[in-house]
Design a protein. Structure first.
Length: 279
């Protein structure tokens, strides 16, 4: 069912049973329902890390670039960007987040996404750059603030503040104020952190490396203003596209070339290069 079709239900149930409604909405927000299978893109190899996380790998030598998709996305969405990076001597490892793609689990959240990044680095080795899309972008910056190490980061179609994400979801479902408060409180319990810890703009400002923001003006999922805010707060360059929306921005040749150029420009030593053997 679409959010619009659920609005009458959210409004009525939220007024009569706010806590019950909050639990239902929290389930929608943490249980991905997209198809798990996807085709193997040209040039990609399937990989599985030792703790079960799955993903795709392009290339086997050169500085490593780690990528993470958004809510109900998958690793194959980075095929265009990966092709550009591999052509310039880098290798790309795109993860399937928990409960997405071939990775196990039924629950996901920004913190679960971030934990996947942190869990992967000891096995993958040094990472030169990290790319995140949508929820994965917020997770990238949260991970970078909590132990993930990289010289450069690119956030594509990223929300600026998780509190705003929850507020927009609540508004789409027409939740009354009491049900909305219960929903936010439940999400904080499920993720294990307060929403204030997921101010993506502030996390971007704390990143010590080089950050680039990519956002499309016609994004209907995450407002363009969010990308503007992250770039402003983090003093980061903002690459603006038009007419690509939320998902197609990853497939655009211009975006792929721009992201690759930004990442490759930061490669000045062979320290992060090497061969990674994963199965």
């Amino acid at each position: 069912m679409s959010p619009a079709s659920l609005r009458p239900l959210g409004s009525t149930l939220g007024r009569l049973f706010p806590e019950f409604t909050a639990s239902l909405v929290a389930d929608l927000a943490t249980r991905p329902r997209a198809a798990r299978s996807h085709r193997l893109p040209p040039g990609a190899e399937a990989l599985t890390l030792r703790f079960g996380l799955a993903g795709l790998r392009w290339g086997r030598t050169g500085p490593r670039v780690l990528a993470l998709h958004g809510w109900q996305g998958h690793s194959a969405q980075f095929a265009a960007i990966a092709s550009e990076l591999v052509a310039q001597g880098l290798q790309v490892i795109a993860l399937d987040a928990p409960a997405h793609g071939r990775s196990p689990g039924a629950f996901a959240s920004p913190i679960a996404f971030s934990d996947a990044l942190l869990e992967s680095q000891p096995e993958l080795g040094p990472v030169h750059a990290v790319i995140g899309h949508s929820m994965g972008a917020g997770a990238v910056l949260y991970a970078l603030a909590n132990g993930l190490s990289a010289a450069r980061a690119v956030v594509v179609a990223s929300p600026a503040d998780y509190a705003d994400v929850l507020r927009r979801q609540s508004q789409r479902l027409a939740l009354p104020e009491r049900a909305e408060r219960a929903f936010v409180a439940r999400m904080e319990r499920l993720t294990g952190v307060p929403t204030t810890a997921l101010d993506i703009g502030e996390l971007g400002a704390r990143f010590k490396g080089e950050l680039m923001v990519v956002h499309d003006r016609s994004d209907r999922v995450v407002p363009f203003a969010d990308g503007e805010r992250i770039a402003r707060v983090a003093s980061a360059p903002l690459y603006v596209t038009s007419g690509l929306g939320h998902g197609r921005v990853l497939k655009d040749p211009g975006v792929a070339a721009t992201v690759a150029r930004f990442i490759v420009d930061g490669v000045d030593t062979p320290a992060s290069a090497g061969r990674v053997e994963l199965h």
